[in-house]
Design a protein around this ligand. Structure first.
Ligand SMILES: *Cc1c(COP(=O)(O)O)cnc(C)c1O
Length: 247
C-alpha cells in the first residue's frame, strides 16, 4: 500500500514542507562554509565575520529552522514587523541578537530600543538626538552603526561620505553616543567593491572597528575589503515578495 496507508496528498504536503525546512538549514550551512572560505582566502582570522541572517518579510515559521540550526544574529528592516514576530521567537530560543537594518523614524525609537541590540541605520542628527534622549532616560543602549550613502543616491538613506567624519564627531561629542562602526548599501547597478573600500577608509580614519557590508550577491567582496558583518537574506531564506519601496 502506498505511503503506509497515509492519505497520499497529505504525505506529499508534509514532504514538501520538510524540504522547505531543510533548505534553510542547508542554505545556512552553505553560507557559513562560504564565509569561512572567504576568511581564509583573504587572510582574515577565522570567525572574524559575523553572519546577520536577514529575516525581513519572513514569518516566524520560516525563521524557526534557522534558529534550530543555531543561527542567533538576525536583521529586520521594520520595527513593527519585528515586534510582531520576535518576542515569541525569543521565548523559544535563547541568545538572539537583533539588528535593525532599515530606516528608523524618531517616533519609533523607544519601541526599537526595546527590541533591537544593534541599530545599523543611524543616518541623521534628529535620530542621534532621539536615541541619546531615550538612553539618558534609562533605555538600554544599543550598539550603533552610522549608515553611509556611499553612492550619494538621492533616494537612499545615509550620511554622505564627505559629511561622515563631522556627523560621527557630533554623535560622539554633542549627543554622547558611542559609535561602533559603519554600514552601507551600495547602488545596485554598480560593482560594490569601490563602495566597500570607501566605507573601510572612513571607518579607519574615525577609529571604528565594525563594518556592516555585503549581502547575498556580494558578501565575498565585502569580506575581502574588511566586512565584520555581512547581511544575508535571500541566499538563506529564499526570494522575497516583490520589493516594497521604503526610505
Ligand atoms: C534586505 C536587505 C539585505 C539582504 O539582502 P539579500 O540580497 O536578500 O541578501 C541586506 N541589507 C539590507 C539593508 C537589506 O534591506
Amino acid at each position: 500500500m502506498p505511503f503506509g496507508g497515509m492519505d497520499p496528498e497529505r504525505h506529499v504536503g508534509m514532504e514538501s514542507k520538510m524540504t522547505e525546512l531543510m533548505d534553510v538549514a542547508a542554505n545556512l550551512a552553505d553560507i557559513r562554509a562560504a564565509i569561512a572560505r572567504s576568511e581564509a582566502d583573504y587572510a582574515r582570522p577565522a570567525g572574524s565575520v559575523m553572519l546577520v541572517a536577514v529575516s525581513k518579510t519572513k514569518s516566524a515559521e520560516e525563521i524557526a529552522p534557522a534558529l534550530e540550526a543555531g543561527q542567533r544574529v538576525f536583521g529586520e528592516n521594520r520595527v513593527q514587523e519585528a515586534q510582531g514576530k520576535w518576542p515569541a521567537l525569543r521565548e523559544r530560543f535563547d541568545g538572539v541578537e537583533l539588528h535593525l537594518i532599515g530606516p528608523l523614524q524618531t517616533n519609533k525609537v523607544r519601541d526599537a530600543l526595546k527590541l533591537f541590540d544593534v541599530i545599523e541605520t543611524l543616518d541623521r542628527e534628529s535620530l542621534a538626538a532621539a536615541l541619546s534622549s531615550e538612553i539618558s532616560k534609562g533605555a538600554r543602549a544599543p550598539r550603533l552603526l552610522v549608515q553611509v550613502n556611499t553612492g550619494a543616491e538621492p533616494q537612499k538613506a545615509g550620511i554622505l561620505p564627505e559629511e561622515a567624519d563631522a556627523f560621527i564627531a557630533r554623535c560622539r561629542e554633542v549627543h554622547g553616543l558611542t559609535i561602533d562602526g559603519l554600514m552601507c548599501i551600495p547602488p545596485v547597478e554598480e560593482p560594490p567593491s569601490a563602495h566597500f573600500a570607501l566605507l573601510g577608509v572612513i571607518a579607519r580614519r574615525n577609529g571604528l572597528a565594525t563594518l556592516s557590508m555585503g549581502m547575498s550577491a556580494d558578501y565575498d567582496a565585502a569580506i575581502q575589503l574588511g566586512a565584520t558583518h555581512v547581511r544575508v537574506g535571500s541566499a538563506i531564506f529564499g526570494a522575497r515578495p516583490p520589493h516594497r519601496a521604503h526610505g
